[in-house]
Ligand binder design. Sequence first.
Ligand code: G1P
Ligand code: ZN
Length: 543
Amino acid sequence: MSIRTVATTPFNDQKPGTSGLRKKVSAFQVANYLENFVQSIFDTIAAPAGSTLVVGGDGRYYNREAIQVILKIAAANGFGKVLVGQGGILSTPAASCVIRKYQTYGGIILSASHNPGGPDGDFGIKYNTANGGPAPEKITDAIFARSKSLEHYRMVDAPDVALDQQGSFSLGGMAVEVIDAVADYADLMESLFDFTAIRTLLSGGFRLSFDAMHAVTGPYAKEIIEQRLGAPAGTVINGVPLPDFGQGHPDPNLTYAHELVEIMYGDHAPDFGAASDGDGDRNMILGRHFFVNPSDSLALIAANAALTPGYAKGLAGVARSMPTSGAADRVAAKLGIPCYETPTGWKFFGNLMDAGKVTLCGEESFGTGSDHVREKDGLWAVLFWLNILAKRGQSVEDIVHQHWAEYGRNVYSRHDYEGLPSDAAEGLMAHLKSQFASLPGRRFGNYQVKLFDDFSYTDPIDGSVSTGQGLRVIFEDGSRIVFRLSGTGTEGATLRIYLEAFESDAARQRMDAQEALSGLIAIAHELSQLKARTGREQPTVIT
Ligand code: G1P
Ligand code: ZN
């Protein structure tokens, strides 16, 4: 089998963002674009000859073509074996699970997460290290640096590998093992949660609906929820992964998961509803006519962890991203365990989990997970909730209300302004930053500014410093407004405004979040000159 060394010219835009390199499909289809990036990964990680790699993706458009390219470049770069999910499918948490279970050198995950797919949609690629987690910044920075000087890539000349059938194949001397994409992950879930209790719950008239949004979790949810847990067929809706996600936007929130929202807010709604995103790492949890804020979900999972076999032995600590509400901090304080505050993005949790400092972690962006893998995990959160519901025998709404009554409620919302012109968004952030010195001490009605800064984080394990992680306005009473620009978009800019206030008075805790936060929302608009700078007043998505 011949190895070709192909001359190429570097691209200057292959900088990985919050979660890998994400671009329009058309960008990845430019000659050598994918090849260059993959070679840059391999040059950077310098895996010893004969190493094993995991490759899989969320099934979106260009997944299959990209996998063939990656396999041929891996074979030419001395890998001994690649494990590929059948059909080229591996959800992000399943890829993490497989990397860890088979102790591979690392893995490549093809996904643009919750971004739309199809020929006009998005594609993405990221490298995960041997711990199963996204490569830390020092590696992604090195990959980017390498991509800017790359002059050649190596590739074997060979026919495509058949991905739809499990089995072992040889590609230029490298073994390609096409594995069951679901089994290892499903076994891991069964080891963590009380499947017997959940089965009993489901056979007792409890009804649920899981929306896979035509994305990767369809086969996982059918195997786990319908097969292993015995929920009736049809419990999983939109369960067939499609390259364009059925033209939907596979982001499990109240705007984009509207089919599930209609079911859960309709007549005869089931007891429990959940959805997951394009690559299966996000989750949305709903009760009957009730939305569980993801920040609350993390806190509730932490508070009820003892009800699950996998976490009954106790939690080492919890971690949340900076914009995520402080609800988890209150649970951690009560449990007497530490709570870490990290920048946005799952990669910051890896070191804490590897060092045994945290068991559970989460983000306000519908991400929850634990040290069972090194990615956030959508179905894991759904099963955690089902385990809690099976043990407590109460409704989702009652469990959340009881939690607020015990800990107080961190009233929380995120407002996203999508598709802004980049210069308007950057101008808005610059305008905010010009107020660093003048804002502290200023009073807005009942709110007095205590602190205004740009969040930076020093990793407690390796000492690495990440700056520029979001502007936080913290008020004397602990309320907060955070401004950040998204690092995962591929078009224009997305401004995220995160709002949080604490409510200890049980009589006021059930208030609508937008109403309770209206004062902070007005301050956010004023400070950022939102309308004048962007022409917008209404967010694209409210969480
Ligand atoms: C978004 C979320 C962030 C999450 C990331 C990947 O990033 O806000 O919490 O880790 O997607 O799923 P952002 O677009 O805000 O940079
Ligand atoms: Zn995702």
